[in-house]
Design a protein around this ligand. Structure first.
Ligand SMILES: [Zn+2]
Length: 318
């Protein structure tokens, strides 16, 4: 039986992660994103080593969705990674897709045009349209999780820039005064640069800092427990971590001057981090400039599929 009783067009948002591919089916109500309604969603494992199997997994997901909706839904896709100037993908967590023209290959395999966006940028789009950033003109969205990446929305539309990676705050170079103050080494980043913020503020960066200050292991749950127990190592780690996070967000404030910063990802679930962030951002802004409000994302884990559906809807409308 069809999921919808009328002839409303359905948009499929697909979120491709390193372990799971999730599809969300949304009623498509123009660009009034607040009215997006999730009808159904489910996940399958991501084939990461074989490109044909990877494409086939998405074809099967979409065939299942077409069956459920009794129509050919339009498709937006989000995934990590950046595309080079030739449109070829560079993906860290789906290695088989690296170097492939994934938009063309999927459009052909699915027999309909698909649009693909960066997952962190789509997180921002989702939160800008009906999420924590609604009613704000300039919304900066930041993921603080296994990586550190983000994006900027202006008037409910993504600003991605010439190369498509505007807002990638995780690969800005760290503050030299902070490195000096805490006597930390300059770490090598997976992107090929040295001393990127991501090495100090993403989940693995926090684990590294915690060990650097003397913890036996970098387990984040243990860190939080110890922080709440007023353990001196956890407290010192937290203060240093927050200075680095605040400094990285201060560069965003100075670059984009957003009305609000919306945070998502695993570390954004820690109350102490979100609550203290504006004050730590202020430490790195000159006098007279203040951090905008920092809020946790409304849509959490469903931001990927939702943002992908909104991206698709906006491209259909424009
Ligand atoms: Zn980097």
């Amino acid at each position: 039986m069809s999921l919808v009783s009328n002839d409303k067009k359905i948009t499929y948002g697909i979120d491709i992660g390193g372990t799971k591919i999730e599809i969300g089916l949304f009623t498509s109500i123009g660009i009034l994103c607040e009215e997006l309604q999730l009808l159904d969603s489910w996940r399958v494992a991501t084939p990461t080593d074989n490109y044909d199997e990877f494409i086939q997994a998405i074809v099967s997901l979409v065939a299942d969705a077409d069956q459920r909706t009794q129509q050919q839904g339009v498709i937006g896709i989000g995934m990590p990674g950046i595309r080079d100037k030739h449109g070829k993908l560079k993906s860290a967590n789906v290695p088989c897709a690296t170097g492939k023209s994934i938009t063309e290959d999927l459009s052909l395999a699915l027999n309909r045009q698909v649009v693909i966006g960066n997952d962190c940028q789509l997180f921002t789009l989702s939160e800008s349209c009906g999420g924590a950033g609604k009613n704000h003109t300039n919304v900066y969205g930041a993921i603080i999780g296994t990586g550190a990446a983000g994006g900027l929305c202006i008037n409910g539309r993504l600003y991605t820039g010439k190369n498509g990676f505007a807002g990638e705050y995780g690969h800005l170079p760290v503050s030299a005064p902070l490195i000096q103050r805490y006597n930390l080494p300059i770490r090598n980043c997976g992107c090929g640069l040295k001393g990127c913020y991501e090495c100090y503020i993403a989940g693995p960066g926090l684990a590294w800092l915690y060990q650097h200050f003397g913890a036996e292991n970098g387990d984040t749950h243990h860190f939080i427990k110890q922080l709440r127990n007023n353990d001196p190592i956890a407290k010192e780690t937290f203060a240093c971590y927050m200075e680095f996070l605040g400094a990285s967000f201060a560069t965003i404030v100075l670059s984009y001057d957003p009305d609000i910063i919306v945070v998502g990802g695993g570390l954004s679930k820690i109350d102490e981090i979100v609550e203290a962030l504006p004050q730590y951002i202020n430490h790195h802004l000159f006098k007279g400039v203040e951090s905008p409000p920092v809020q946790r994302a409304v849509f959490g884990d469903s931001s990927g599929v939702r943002g992908a559906a909104i991206l698709r809807n906006q491209q259909v409308e424009s």
